[in-house]
Design a binder for this molecule. Sequence first.
Ligand code: PGA
Length: 274
Amino acid sequence: MHRRPIVIANWKMHTNLAEAEILAWRVSQVAERVDDIDLVLLPPVIWLPSLLESLHHRPRSLHFGVQNFYPLAEGDLTGEIGTAMLKGLATYALIGHSDRRLHFGETDEVVREKLHAALKSGLAPILCVGELTKVVLKARTRGRPTVLERKSDILKQLRSAVTGLAHHQAERLIISYEPLWAIGTGLPIPAADAQAVIEQIRAVLVDELSAPVAARIRTIYGGSVTNETIADYMEQPDIDGVLVGKASLEAKTFLPLAEAVANRVHHRIQHADH
Ligand code: PGA
């Protein structure tokens, strides 16, 4: 089954408003030319209203999302942003990113709660799964963990999040495999390794949700992806896209990456036609 490729830009706690507006505008210019992929920007939430206003005739393939939210519509929760406030601002929501799991103590239970809240409010969740500390420690001290060692952590996170999801909702999910030692380090993992883990992720999705539902869920890779490495990832049968941090912060590194994904899709479609 053909799944629409997706490139997600996670700006984290970077950019000022002027930088954000210029970058989003530059990305929208690429989005004008590409119709077969989704380009998703996750700016700091505070910039969202201005970005949407400055790009109110934006192309169909350009979307906005949030890096974080509280899993309730609204409430007495000082400093938080509830899902009801995101209506009209965001269509995607990042959930379970390792920054949140490690620095803000977000557990599998919280991740599950956020996943349900996102789906309930109409947001498309981008669920990140990746290895936890023990395995990462090994990665840092004695070389990278084997695929088998990584699997248990990742698959536990995944099962805990997706068990019991209604099938019609689960189809909107995007799962991003994010090995901790590859995030923000400039050390991406080989595309074949990412493929091996994502293949396992797809097997769990089939097991938990059925083959037809799993076939619609996009699975992507995130961790130090650049314009130089993007092609290798997109070659893999189970990798439908990428989540990009550092390389998404500048037009000169992000635009070629997005174009490369779009060209690849074009190429595939042309081949399929012949
Ligand atoms: P990076 O970030 O591309 O800078 O490694 C990836 C991520 O946020 O998951």
